[in-house]
Ligand binder design. Structure first.
Ligand code: SF4
Length: 389
């Protein structure tokens, strides 16, 4: 068993991941994974009962969101929309409201569009083959393979970040997360495993589970690993260095002034543009600027008298959004680009699709009477939980 010496973070990996070695003994590895998964699998709600629809909803929710946050939201979402037809028939604001707490609302819109395509093209039944699933709006190769293999047993590989990390460590391949060459190599190796295994459903889910619970980023828990005997990175004592981390994305800082206008009749809200961050969601009137702008000057463009009440930073995948929250003491002028604002009654705020950041702005001004349950759970889970929503 050999391993290449990984390069230090920040330096370039070898240009061609095709030269990485294979995972050795794919048959033995898949057998060990399957035996382990049958006793170690977490009792996640979408695993019992299983269905194509429940797998579809959970996989879309799990993209960019931690399992702990998804569990609550999943139960509520499938209770509200128990099948594709119910989701397809719902108006978009209702779907977005049910998605609150998960963030990245584009996923909710794509899931909604997928449900409509399932009703129109497949009679309301989630298709079973990876090829058909991949033709649905917003369903990529990984999600299609997850549903087709885990629910229907199709012999197709799947690769996500967890699986890539496990495969790189097993093979001792010094790939970099997120590099196309590393991903191509990982798909090839996952293909070898799924061809050699007894059960594609169990092997695929076990690979994902191992990456999520044992072979985690940073320092993996090799003492609990069912495939430690076959792991090249462990044999070389390099498991914490393989694979190389993803290249950091270029970040932008935005500075937004939020005007909270609350009275006995309710809270003034406006709808965000149909494209971009938090597209079509509701928010208190907000003036968007850059890090060079003075927050009070931004607020003054729509309100004469106001007082500063709070500021916080909301971190998304590519941006740090500085929110400067002001309590409006005189009327807030409408933004002609956004259409007429509405005054939402205090008890009815939960029926509007508001981002976690918008909720937080309202809370910081003392204007809200309710916090969505998913948001409370996220805060208990720690600061990273508010990321991106
Ligand atoms: Fe990951 Fe450690 Fe198992 Fe190797 S032995 S696959 S590094 S958990």
């Amino acid at each position: 068993m050999s391993i290449r010496t990984p390069l230090p973070p920040g330096s370039d990996p070898p240009p061609d991941a095709g030269s990485f070695g294979p995972v050795s003994d794919p048959k033995g590895v898949s057998e060990a994974l399957e035996a382990w998964f049958r006793v170690a699998a977490r009792p996640l709600p979408w695993r019992n009962p299983r269905s194509g629809y429940r797998a579809l909803v959970s996989e879309v929710m799990l993209q960019q969101t931690q399992v702990s946050r998804v569990i609550d939201s999943f139960e509520r979402f499938v209770a509200r929309f128990p099948e594709p037809a119910a989701l397809a028939a719902a108006p978009e604001p209702e779907v977005l409201a049910a998605w609150q707490g998960l963030g990245y609302y584009r996923r909710a819109r794509l899931l909604h569009a997928a449900a409509r395509a399932i009703v129109e093209r497949h009679g309301g039944e989630v298709p079973s083959s990876a090829a058909e699933l991949e033709s649905l709006p917003g369903i990529g190769r990984y999600t299609a393979a997850a549903i087709a293999s885990i629910v229907h047993g199709e012999r197709v590989p799947l690769v996500d970040g967890n699986v890539t990390r496990v495969l790189c460590r097993l093979a001792g391949a010094p790939g970099r997360m997120g590099d196309p060459a590393t991903e191509r190599w990982a798909w090839r190796e996952a293909g070898s495993l799924v061809q050699a295994c007894t059960s594609p459903a169990v092997t695929n889910e076990a690979l994902m589970e191992l990456g999520a619970t044992v072979c985690v980023p940073g320092t993996p828990d090799c003492a609990r690993c069912p495939v430690a005997h076959a792991c090249a990175a462990r044999a070389a004592g390099r498991q914490a260095e393989v694979p190389l981390p993803k290249r950091p994305a270029r970040r932008r800082t935005l500075r937004w002034a939020v005007l909270v206008d609350a009275d006995v009749h309710g809270i003034l809200l406006e709808r965000r543009p149909a494209r971009g961050l938090w597209a079509s969601m509701m928010q208190p009137p907000t003036v968007e600027g850059t890090e060079r702008d003075d927050p009070a000057a931004l607020a003054r463009t729509r309100c004469e008298r106001f007082e500063a009440v709070a500021s916080f930073v909301h971190v998304t995948s590519h941006r740090d959004v500085e929110f400067w929250v002001f309590r409006a003491n005189s009327p807030v002028s409408p933004d002609p680009a956004l259409g007429p604002p509405v005054r939402a009654a205090h008890g009815a705020l939960g029926g509007h699709a508001l981002s976690n950041a918008a909720w937080r702005a309202l809370e910081s001004a003392g204007a809200v009477v309710r916090t969505p349950p998913a948001t409370r759970a996220a805060r208990r889970a720690g600061p990273s939980a508010s990321t991106g929503s």
